[in-house]
Write a protein of this length. Structure first.
Lengths: 189, 189
DNA sequence: TACAGTGATGACTGTTACTGACATCAGAAC
DNA sequence: GTTCTGATGTCAGTAACAGTCATCACTGTA
């Protein structure tokens, strides 16, 4: 028999979400999460840089969805279209199976300011990745920044709506609507 | 003679910036900051919710500058114009006297991810305040969110540029340029 | 002028997030 | 079969915070 059970990170992350949901983020210690899956606190911190990070695993695969969407846009497409393509790709990543999980996770995050802070940081990391991708594709810098930040903003607003109770449109549909709203905003006045 | 010196918060904040600049954020303990102005660690944490917060004091007066700008916009003005007005008002708040201080502060923040996280959180708080102001002024919700987030984004990008070495345009000038870029972004494609 | 509040602070104690160093030991590689 | 590797356990330590109670210059009131 194997010395250690596989999938340590995943087991820790799952246990953490359960405990946070049941008794709150601050009321749950890292040692408690680790014990609940038969590990020690030290091992927890070997897998996650800090206690908050356990809720934000798998960030890079989701960022990758945006970058794939950027790459899928035809060369020479205007930044607005590139952002739209990135958002469609992200919309495909967050399919309907993820929605229930996302809701549970978001409930925990919304109950704790420190977790909201970490979420903004992840949003900023997404914007930075998009920025680099826009630059790499030849878009110059004031425009590249605006495009990247707009992508992150539209995603953020659309995601909030996507997990709202009763909402059943896809993330891609909602994001397209928000992006259209950006266009209206800039056109008027 | 008074029992305590006045301006405790300000003395702590000033000492903190100096120590962080000289030896780094993580290398400076809260107890050290407090001792350097003749106080105890416990008193430090009575004035600031956490160690990072000492660098983000006076946030609400700066948010107020945005809200003043919103109020200054004529009733019925389109959201884009309201945002432009808010950015002009913020530009007046960050006058040239503040630039050197802002640069020193930003150097500390950019050297530490935890401080960057807090800064994003402040940006989000600004967006939330702008959002509430837009709603109060009668702008409905998808548009209000987009306007608020755009204001925060444009300010953020403009501020970064404003403190760049060698930059000597005013913040208002830079922000106006970034806002024009947003319009170009949304118009093309 | 006496005297009871008030409020900022100090002193003390405790919890927990995190870190460094070293030991352990099943399985893979040779 | 020996050596190596890598994930883990153990132990000790630092520093960020929080709760609680005492202190004491100042303020208002009688």
């Amino acid at each position: 028999m194997a010395r250690w059970q596989p999938g340590t990170r995943e087991r820790l992350a799952r246990a953490a979400l359960e405990l946070f949901s049941a008794q709150g983020f601050e009321q749950t210690t890292a040692a408690e999460i680790a014990r609940s899956v038969g590990l020690t606190e030290r091992t927890f911190f070997r897998h996650f840089a800090d206690k908050r990070e356990v809720l934000f695993d798998g960030q890079q695969s989701f960022t990758q969805a945006f970058l794939d969407g950027v790459e899928a846009a035809p060369p020479g497409a205007p930044p607005f279209e590139v952002v739209a393509s990135a958002l469609r790709s992200a919309g495909r990543f967050f399919d309907d199976e993820r929605r229930a999980f996302a809701r549970a996770r978001q409930a925990v995050i919304e109950a704790n300011p420190a977790l909201q802070e970490r979420e903004r940081h992840k949003r900023a990391a997404l914007a930075a990745a998009m920025h680099a991708a826009m630059l790499a594709r030849g878009t110059a810098d004031p425009a590249a920044s605006v495009a990247a930040e707009t992508a992150a903003t539209v995603f953020s607003l659309a995601f909030q709506q996507w997990i709202r109770p009763g909402e059943d449109r896809t993330l891609a549909q909602i994001a397209a609507g928000v992006l259209a709203e950006v266009r209206r905003f800039a056109a008027a006045g």
